[in-house]
Design a binder for this molecule. Sequence first.
Ligand code: FAD
Length: 461
Amino acid sequence: MSEPQIVWLRRDLRLVDQAAFSAAAAAGPVIPVYVLDEESPRERKPGGAALVWLHAALQSLAGELAQRGSRLILRRGRAADELVRLAGETGATRVHALHHYEPWWRQAEATLAGRLDLQLHHGNYLLPPGAVTTNSGGPYKIYTPFMKAMQAAIGGLDLLPTPVLAAPEHWPASHQLEDWALLPTRPDWAGSIRAFWQVGTAAALDRFDSFLARADAYHVSRNLPAQDGSSRMSPHLHWGEVSPRMLWERLAGRGGEGARALRAELIWRDYAQNLIVQFPHYPEQPYRRLPEGFWRDPDHDPAAAADLAAWRRGRTGYPIVDAGMRQLWRIGWMHNRVRMISASFLIKHLLIDWRHGDRWFWDTLVDADYANNGVNWQWVAGTGVDANQFVRIMAPLSQSAKFAAGDYIRRYVPELAGLPDEHIHDPPPELRPPSYPPKLIGHQEARERALTAYRLAKGRG
Ligand code: FAD
């Protein structure tokens, strides 16, 4: 029998269109392994909501493998060390994996490549980062030209089928998923997350196909949080239960604004990845710095700490922001339009550094993604590579009315459920129930405070 091939799984938990599985299966018996590595990512280990998803995703993949006479081996520890240990136990010398671009994974890949034959394959993005370049041959920094170049470059996709997996002569030992205790117990705050989502490749494709029946209106419906108007593929894509190429292929032959807008959003995901390849610490450091002391600092200012706590708990007194923050807590996901509004509110209305928001999202999103999260937070803050400006301040109350968020607010802020449309977005004080807080700060006051802070900062800087 030929030498067993290890497939090292991370955020690529699928069998179809998974180049590491296909290459391994072509070379010998396959040992699929997921290593729970909380050491390499350090403070970027998955947050609580992400672990809830991971538990279900591993269960789903293990089930699929079992149906094919294979197994999912679970190990825990520093990935490079565990893989070397597994290779020693099984006689394998080669590890197949998909490229991951988070700095800690690149480091782990480099370490492993020095100890075993590591074969890295592409496949979690529409095209490998760096596949499109500017006229001068450099990487793109700005989204729109990147998007156009990508659209021109993406050709036939040739998706990889699910390979036939031969089993090794002896299976190595595996941890039990339950022993990892990825799910919260005391208290079990994740019941509503589990109830909302169907996890795994088959469920993701079912969801996408039913979404496609409505996708012609996506360019409009994607902005309406009260409607089920977007694909909700983000956690499935983040964990690699589907590849973006699989979704792109399902869009083949579709014209119209809906399909065009959806393709453009899928390209955003590649764009964010391209940025962290260029700037690995982008989600940790502003690209354009604001002077020291610009932000209100929750670590030293009790009023800022109280504001941050109110934002996290969905008690800012701005119904659209509170609905979003409570949706996030309830199902581990927030509508994109509301992510923008609530992020902007934290940064500009509360003058709190976007990195506090990034960290909260990291802990609470099932789709928390190093690149997508950091790139979008910097985009909203106006501190990133693009032309967005800090001084562009979103008006949450008019955004709420413009995007018809009334029923969304009623769903997630039940204290306000009885208010009619004309008051739901900005309830006057006499209509606010006692259980619903007053605004942390008025919109005009917040706007002026932010603009003044910015002007002073520019004067100093
Ligand atoms: P759809 O509208 O159906 O879009 C299809 C897919 O395109 C998405 O699943 C996603 O993979 C990709 N996509 C769409 N919009 C974006 C975008 N702006 N940036 C990158 N990819 C995009 N997305 C994450 O996956 N993880 C995050 O941690 C994350 N953090 C965010 C933080 C902030 C402050 C903001 C404003 C946005 C963030 N996003 C993040 C992007 C976006 O909000 C989500 O991808 C989107 O809400 C997912 O919903 P959907 O799957 O229905 O998207």
